[in-house]
Ligand binder design. Structure first.
Ligand code: HEC
Ligand code: HEC
Ligand code: HEC
Ligand code: HEC
Ligand code: HEC
Ligand code: HEC
Ligand code: HEC
Ligand code: HEC
Ligand code: HEC
Ligand code: HEC
Length: 507
């Protein structure tokens, strides 16, 4: 019987002598002759396996196929065990790398094996995941972070942030500082930006948590609004009209206090106004369908359909959630008409869900959108203007913060995270740096002590306010902090993304 070293010689060039069944001496000669570049010592004695794999050490064939080195299939047999994640560690999956872009799944000629990055036999304590930059540079040719890494795309291309929310920082930092009597500017930041539990990022902004102390108070009300009548449909519906009409999604009307509405001489005012006030949203929906002729799917969203490409599933998910709510509310209704409607809704949900399950089915977000092209033919220009003016008044209090377009509140991106191809953790940095050392695009420091506000174009939600690469290289280089690719990038995408990514992986 051959010794382990004989059974598992250095691969590649060395295959031939082994396969020919030659003895140890012949193999050795072969190695010395043609395998010199890799060094014979490695070949003769492999080092101890890492602690993770130590238990398999007695059985080399766990990873090696005699004559063929390690094989990805053997690694995958353990690591991709769960049937629903085949290919989770494959290069294809890396190519897709959270871009969710199937065009990126383009294998190269010269693919890597698992073992090319995960060096084994380096000793019990050597981390298997300590992958050297050269493994990445073989394909990326990025060189070193400090010297040749490209500027982050979001900075280099000045990619604008979504600005459907109106929000100036300086004014608010000052307000919060005054209201909460905070000396330290950084503490004001934290009153709106609450750290996630792992300290990496911040939880999404929420109206209730972060704005409601100062905005939409009990005295906020609408201006005077015309009440809709048969003769003049360009008006808002009263609570009674809405209750009388009934229908899916109007349960809120039964629980709304009629005293919030003052109606006089065909005019209505509502006070107070709540955030996402259902009466406002209901009227907005009705006015939208009077003005535009669309498919009705847009009414299942609370806000507009503008989500980034690749996230269209969100729209369908939201629409389904709305339908489910409506069904729940209708379940007790005895009327057969309602039950018919319910059945139709169930069918619609089932068909939408079937579509969502098929990853190759392209999702069409056009069906959720309403735009000028949908304007009803029978609405004159003068009426259209009157509708727009009414919508403006109805949502006046909302428009302090929201953009309303085509009778729709534009979607707010509450989660502010931007980087998708690199990791960043605040936890590792807030002990070394101040918030305003990195977030310098909005001139908070310059204006905080003064009475003046910066020009609106220097302080608005469309500014990304993120640091460029020079901020990072001031520490991440040879001296202060690591510049290894793997300290900022993961190779195998985030497991939570697998479900998405693997839709496109090769079978
Ligand atoms: C847990 C998996 C695993 C087990 C078990 C394992 N190896 Fe390896 N071995 C590797 C990996 C990974 C490499 C490096 C990648 C490559 O060359 O394919 C490697 C490389 C080698 C090499 C080539 C040396 C080099 O640096 O290129 C030899 C020789 C070797 N192993 C022998 C053995 C022997 C003998 C055993 C059994 C005692 C064994 N291996 C068990 C994973 C394993
Ligand atoms: C017989 C099953 C088995 C095989 C085959 C196997 N592994 Fe593992 N691997 C494990 C176990 C068990 C662990 C430790 C538990 C864990 O981290 O999930 C591990 C851990 C790892 C880790 C993570 C170590 C860490 O620090 O997190 C890497 C990377 C890895 N294996 C790569 C490989 C590669 C590459 C191969 C093929 C050359 C391979 N494994 C083959 C079972 C296996
Ligand atoms: C076998 C070739 C290969 C290797 C090795 C490789 N990559 Fe990639 N990587 C790709 C391809 C192909 C893409 C898809 C994007 C593209 O087409 O440019 C990609 C995408 C990326 C992206 C996203 C870039 C973008 O434009 O969206 C990052 C970041 C990245 N890789 C980092 C790494 C790191 C870090 C390593 C080393 C641990 C590594 N890669 C190793 C081929 C490779
Ligand atoms: C500590 C109280 C406070 C909090 C909390 C607060 N605001 Fe304000 N906000 C104000 C004050 C005061 C003004 C100035 C009002 C004025 O000019 O009439 C204002 C004005 C605004 C304006 C108009 C700015 C302008 O240039 O006219 C917007 C938009 C706004 N806030 C959005 C928000 C949002 C969004 C939140 C929650 C993330 C929020 N605010 C939280 C106090 C606050
Ligand atoms: C002071 C600023 C501010 C005002 C005024 C405001 N909003 Fe908002 N709104 C926000 C912020 C911030 C978000 C995103 C965070 C969240 O969802 O809580 C938001 C989100 C929303 C959403 C999406 C929530 C969801 O669950 O999808 C709706 C709908 C909405 N607002 C409607 C309204 C309506 C209607 C009004 C007027 C009655 C209004 N808002 C007034 C700041 C404001
Ligand atoms: C070393 C530089 C650095 C420091 C210091 C820093 N940040 Fe950041 N911050 C970043 C980078 C880089 C991002 C982009 C991360 C992303 O998009 O995933 C970011 C993103 C953010 C975001 C948007 C993403 C999210 O999760 O909401 C907020 C808000 C934020 N930082 C607030 C703060 C606050 C508050 C402090 C001080 C307590 C702070 N930052 C300190 C570099 C820094
Ligand atoms: C009153 C609440 C509030 C306070 C106080 C506040 N922010 Fe924000 N911040 C927001 C809101 C709302 C957004 C989202 C809108 C936007 O992009 O400007 C945001 C966005 C950000 C972002 C994401 C980048 C961007 O502009 O899209 C960063 C970074 C950030 N804030 C940093 C800070 C820092 C640093 C401080 C303290 C100096 C601070 N914020 C204080 C509410 C606040
Ligand atoms: C003031 C110096 C400094 C600056 C500026 C800085 N870093 Fe760091 N960074 C560090 C140090 C020190 C660590 C190691 C912290 C630790 O002990 O985990 C680190 C760790 C990290 C990590 C690993 C985080 C973890 O949880 O292990 C990432 C990713 C990172 N930095 C990215 C960045 C990026 C991107 C920038 C530029 C926007 C940046 N850093 C700017 C000092 C800095
Ligand atoms: C200190 C942190 C850090 C280090 C170290 C680092 N990167 Fe990056 N890299 C980033 C950030 C941040 C981005 C921007 C990510 C984004 O736009 O989502 C980025 C972007 C990239 C991209 C995408 C470029 C593009 O144009 O979109 C590639 C590819 C990449 N890095 C490869 C590497 C490689 C290879 C290494 C090692 C030589 C490396 N990076 C080291 C932080 C780092
Ligand atoms: C281009 C280099 C590269 C290749 C090829 C590669 N990996 Fe990895 N792998 C890494 C890096 C870097 C990490 C550290 C965590 C991360 O970046 O995802 C890692 C982490 C791991 C981990 C442990 C952590 C985790 O995320 O679960 C396992 C297990 C693993 N790899 C298995 C494999 C297997 C199996 C293959 C082959 C099918 C493979 N790797 C191919 C670079 C690589």
């Amino acid at each position: 019987m051959l010794s382990v070293q004989e059974a598992y010689p250095k691969l590649g060039d060395l295959k031939a002598p082994y396969l020919l069944g030659a003895g140890l001496a012949l193999a050795l000669v072969g190695v010395l002759g043609i395998g010199g570049a890799s060094g014979k010592d490695e070949w003769l004695s492999n080092g101890p396996l890492s602690a993770s794999h130590a238990l398999f050490g007695d059985d080399c064939s766990t990873c090696h196929t005699p004559g063929q080195g390690t094989s990805d299939a053997k690694c995958a047999a353990c690591h991709e065990k769960r049937g629903d994640h085949p290919g989770a560690y494959s290069l294809d999956t890396h190519y897709l790398y959270r871009s969710n872009d199937p065009d990126r799944s383009s294998p190269l000629e010269d693919e890597f094996e698992c073992g090319a990055c995960h060096r084994e036999h380096q000793g019990r304590t050597a981390p298997l995941t300590d992958v050297a930059d050269q493994s990445c540079n073989r394909c990326h040719a990025t060189g070193s972070f400090a010297a040749t890494h490209p500027e982050f795309a979001v900075i280099a291309e000045a990619v604008p942030d979504q600005d459907n929310l109106r929000f100036p920082h300086v004014l608010h930092v000052r307000e919060v500082q005054d209201q909460e009597d905070l000396e330290d500017i950084e503490l004001t930041c934290l009153s709106c930006h609450n750290g996630e539990s792992d300290g990496a990022g911040f939880v999404p902004i929420s109206f209730e948590e972060h704005c409601s102390d100062c905005h939409l108070t009990s005295s906020t009300r609408t201006p005077s609004l015309a009440v809709a009548t048969a003769a003049n449909p360009i008006g808002v519906e009263t609570l009674d009209q809405i209750r009388a009409r009934g229908g899916a999604g109007r349960l809120w009307a039964d629980y709304t206090n009629p005293n919030e509405f003052q109606i006089q001489g065909g005019q209505l005012r509502k006070r107070p106004l709540y955030h996402a006030d259902p009466w406002v949203l209901d009227n907005l929906t009705r006015l939208r369908s009077a003005l535009y002729d669309a498919g009705g799917l847009e009414d299942l969203l609370r806000v507009s359909a503008d989500v980034p490409l690749g996230q269209r599933r969100i729209l369908y998910t939201e629409a389904i959630a709305t339908l489910r709510d409506q069904i729940r509310a209708l379940r007790d209704e005895p009327s057969s008409q309602v039950q018919d409607e319910l059945e139709a809704l169930e069918d619609l949900i089932a068909s939408v869900e079937r579509r969502l399950e098929n990853p190759l089915e392209p999702l069409n977000d056009a069906r959720f959108r309403v735009g000028p092209a949908d304007r009803r033919d029978d609405v004159s220009d003068a009426d259209a203007q009157a509708y727009e003016a009414l919508i403006g008044d109805l949502t006046a209090a909302c428009q302090e913060c929201h953009v309303v377009e085509d009778a729709t509140i534009k979607r707010v991106q509450a989660d502010q995270s931007t980087l998708i191809r690199a990791e960043f953790s605040h936890r590792a940095h807030v002990t070394h740096s101040r918030c305003l050392d990195c977030h310098t695009s909005i001139p908070v420091r310059e204006f905080i002590g003064s009475e003046d506000d910066p020009e609106p174009e220097a302080d608005h939600a469309g500014i990304q306010n993120l640091p460029g690469i020079e901020t990072c290289t001031s520490c991440h280089g040879e001296s202060a902090a690591s510049d290894q690719c793997t300290s900022c990038h993961v190779f195998h995408p985030d497991k939570s993304q697998w479900a998405n990514l693997l839709r496109y992986a090769r079978p």
